[in-house]
Design a protein around this ligand. Structure first.
Ligand code: NDP
Length: 487
């Protein structure tokens, strides 16, 4: 059977490369190649820059209201096509349909809608300085590059293009080579909605294509989502032409469960924050610190619910709530971490093995896994695993647990469960993380800025401040009287 071949999306249409080089994309739930994609060779790369230059000229000349109107059409199309787009995401990522159907497209559309509404409201300042005055303009940056990870491919493309386009920029987007189709679908939707050709381009390929974007002097900004190590390379490369950067990187986030917490709610949060999207979420609370007075109750309920309520299998089955990991390689990496946890002395409360569900026997599944008897210096407690692996630790002192929670070079997210309102805020204010939840975990609405402290990131996505990351301020001084000159 022949599979489709997708070309790069440049200047409003698909464009064939010259080398003929392609890569294959595999469905993680079946281990079958589902389509091929052409790699962006030099011809495509040059065409992408030319296309984005022309796109920028046309798009930045429109008023924010005109841009907003067009972007809102794209939002409407995204919503109309929800199910088809969700299916693309399920087949590319291996995540459950029951998630993609109500989260991936929806949260992507929300962000474009949010920034489309906000862009016309962005204003400059003016101030008198003596008889003269100055005013400022918020101008777009030019061509922005977006580089995405594979866990929420369409959502990431929307989260990066929403504010960039609303502010009048052009975008060249590179999705992960493991999940390249969602961004192409978004590019087609933008064209249908009336976004001029060249404003949103998609280039395909692996690290080399990403490296080309980060080094290219025509590109003013890189917004990157991926691992900390890759983020460092991207930033170093972007420094060569002093590009602006936004970095959305990895985490090893703590969830603190105090002894006055609603334990069942805390278990729900811990399961959502470790098993949703089979654990492949950057903000996951993979270090769960539970107060010793409720520890036994917490792990008893956690074990029962994990063993009874999780259904792994064909991700397109609406009953399935645990999908396949992105690749065989990643499955092996996650299983390697589990072995390391056992070797270093942690105890498996449940899970720990690869899974081969009857409805998807060849998929890259890993059982939802919970470790207890964990110590702060174990590898599974220190390193991001990016799979369904939770480490549970015990505490009995507030100051001590805050210090332990902060003892990491990462700082993406954190959570606290307690019914004591003062403790909730006191503790959360001391946690070194950019995205925090009290008696909740994981929600990330368009209105709320998200991004990391420490090595988990730079800059923010979503929320009002993100528009500033896609504009630059021009100050204009206006002389109202004769110039006094000594010359
Ligand atoms: P990677 O860092 O491996 O890759 C991210 C993207 O960068 C991919 O498109 C990749 O291409 C590309 N890339 C790889 N090397 C380079 C390079 N030298 N220069 C430019 N681009 C490059 O991350 P993953 O895709 O494995 O994603 C998982 C990671 O993403 C986790 O650490 C997770 O925490 C993080 N993440 C963070 C989020 C946040 O908002 N903070 C959200 C989602 C994920 P290719 O893959 O095609 O080789």
């Amino acid at each position: 059977m022949t599979t489709p071949v997708y070309e790069n999306f440049i200047n409003g249409h698909f464009l064939k490369n010259q080398t003929g080089d392609t890569f294959a994309v595999t469905n993680p739930a079946t281990d079958e190649v589902i389509y091929h994609v052409e790699i962006a060779d030099e011809f495509i790369q040059n065409a992408a820059i030319e296309s984005a230059k022309q796109g920028f000229a046309a798009w930045s000349a429109m008023t924010p209201i005109e841009r907003s109107r067009i972007l809102l059409k794209a939002v409407a199309i995204l919503r109309e096509r929800n199910d088809g787009l969700a299916k693309v995401e399920v087949l590319d990522t291996g995540k459950p349909w029951q998630e993609a159907e109500c989260v991936d497209v929806e949260t992507g559309a929300d962000v474009i809608e949010y920034f489309a509404g906000l862009a016309p409201a962005q204003v400059g300042q003016q101030q008198m300085v003596g008889n003269d005055f100055y005013y400022t303009r918020k101008e777009p940056l030019g061509i922005c590059a977006g580089i995405g990870a594979w866990n929420y491919p369409l959502q990431i493309a929307c989260w990066k293009s929403g504010p960039a386009l609303a502010a009048g920029n052009a975008v060249i987007f590179k999705p992960s080579e493991e999940t390249p189709l969602g961004a192409i679908k978004l590019a087609e939707i933008f064209i249908e909605a009336g976004v001029p050709a060249g404003v949103f381009n998609v280039v395909q390929g692996a690290a080399e294509v990403g490296q080309w974007l980060t080094a290219n002097p025509n590109i003013e900004k890189v917004s990157f989502t991926g691992e900390v190590g890759t983020g460092k390379k991207v930033m170093a490369s972007a420094a060569g032409s002093l590009k602006d950067v936004t970095m959305e990187l990895g985490g090893k986030s703590p969830l603190l469960v105090f002894d006055d917490a609603d334990v069942s709610q805390a278990v729900s949060a811990a399961m959502l924050g470790n098993f949703y999207t089979q654990g492949e979420i950057c903000t996951n609370c993979t270090r769960i610190y539970v107060h010793k007075n409720v520890y036994q109750q917490f792990i008893d309920e956690l074990k029962t619910r994990t063993e009874q309520n999780i259904i792994a299998g064909d991700p397109m089955d609406p009953e399935v709530n645990l999908g396949a990991l992105i690749s065989k390689k990643h499955q092996e990496l996650v299983l390697g971490y589990i072995d390391k946890g056992i070797q270093e002395g942690a105890t498996l409360l449940t899970g720990g093995k690869a899974l081969s569900p009857a409805s998807a026997p060849n998929g890259y599944f890993v059982e939802p896994t919970v470790f207890v008897d964990c110590k702060d210096d174990m590898t599974i407690v220190k390193e991001e695993i990016f799979g369904p692996v939770m480490s549970v630790l015990v505490f009995d002192d507030e100051d001590d647990v805050i210090q332990r929670a902060n003892d990491t070079h990462l700082g993406l997210a954190a959570g606290v469960f307690t019914k004591d309102i003062q403790r909730a805020h006191r503790v959360i204010h001391q946690l070194q993380a950019g995205i925090c939840w009290i008696n909740s975990y994981g929600n990330s609405p368009a209105e709320m800025p998200v991004g990391g402290y420490k090595q988990s990131g730079i800059g923010r996505e979503n929320g009002i401040e993100t528009l500033d990351h896609y504009t630059q301020t021009k100050s204009i001084y206006v002389g109202m009287s004769n110039i006094e000159s000594p010359f």
